[in-house]
Design a protein around this ligand. Structure first.
Ligand code: GDP
Length: 294
């Protein structure tokens, strides 16, 4: 439950207070609830959807007590977030491509993910395919050292697809279990960025045609609806299989997880809840719903 303290204090408590102030379940209650959800960055259409579900369940089950809405809310949120959360990394090697704009926590997430997988007994190798900035390569080296895994890198400005190729070759030669590749968070134009991702994807599909492949989009939870818009931009061109939502510890608006899931229909696979190596949690819909509405 760590990392959702702020959301719990704000959204969860205000929903509790609101429900307590009602003596019966009526339209006004649903309207107030919808407002609180929107304030928690759940998003307008997602909040509407949740309230529709609640109205339906209240009617179907003949629920009269306003406070019972709280459990229904947990149940509904859990249902909405369920499905496809677990990371697919069974083949040897398997590959995770990590994408997202600069500053969202991509490098940090790669380091945490490497440590998480190594703790599960998997041997991880990293590829520094954000060759656009020298600092990105240096930063990733710092995290590779922390997570105690190897990093394959070339010089700044080299071809990112070539770095991915090298990393896959190294993984095959050494018998690594999981390849994790960083990618550029920004290029001169959006088209350049998408072309580069497409090229990297082609290399992966050629070199590892039968491997488990995850393309994870990293989003910063503190940017709220902006994050949702970023995800929309990446969605079509990059073949995203999962979302990592970072900095949930720094926001009272953890509801953004719901907005992202609803808008994109892509499962959340991990959440970032701090700046340290072990501040990454595999996403579990039920636990998250319980932590969100506690
Ligand atoms: P990148 O540019 O996307 O690679 O972003 P970085 O990995 O360099 O992270 C940017 C900043 O966000 C750094 O100061 C990180 O410490 C911080 N950060 C990343 N993930 C989290 C998180 O889950 N929680 C908090 N509080 N900070 C984070």
């Amino acid at each position: 439950k760590a990392g959702l303290k702020k959301t719990r204090e704000e959204m969860s408590n205000s929903v509790h207070r609101m429900l307590h102030s009602f003596t019966k379940i009526d339209e006004e209650l649903f309207e107030e609830l919808e407002e609180l959800l929107v304030m928690g960055d759940v998003g307008i259409s997602t909040s509407e959807h949740i309230c529709d579900e609640l109205r339906r369940k209240v009617k179907e089950r003949g629920i009269k007590d306003p406070n019972a809405i709280f459990d229904l809310l947990q149940e509904t949120v859990s249902e909405m977030l369920s499905g496809g959360e677990e990371l697919k990394v069974s083949t040897k090697p398997s590959i995770i491509l990590v994408i997202g704009v600069n500053g969202v926590g991509k490098t940090t997430t790669i380091g945490k993910m490497a440590a998480y997988l190594q703790n599960q007994g998997k041997k991880v190798i990293l590829g520094a395919a954000d060759t656009f900035r020298a600092a990105a390569i240096e930063q990733l080296q710092v995290w590779a050292d922390r997570a105690k895994c190897d990093l394959i890198k070339q010089s700044e400005g080299s071809d990112p697809a070539a770095v991915v190729f090298d990393t896959i070759s190294a993984a095959k030669a050494r018998g690594d279990d999981v390849v994790i590749c960083d990618t550029a968070g920004r290029l001169h134009t959006k088209k350049n960025l998408m072309d580069e991702l497409a090229k990297i994807n082609r290399v992966i599909d050629r070199e590892l045609p039968d491997a488990d492949k995850e393309v994870l989009l990293v989003l910063d939870a503190t940017t709220g609806q902006n994050g949702v818009n970023q995800a929309r931009e990446f969605k079509n061109s990059a073949g995203i299989t999962g979302i990592v939502l970072t900095k949930l510890d720094g926001t009272a608006k953890g509801g953004v997880v719901l907005a992202v899931r609803e808008a994109l229909d892509i499962p959340v696979k991990f959440i970032g809840v701090g700046e340290q190596l072990d501040d990454l949690q595999p996403f579990n819909a039920d636990d998250f719903a319980k932590a969100l509405f506690d």
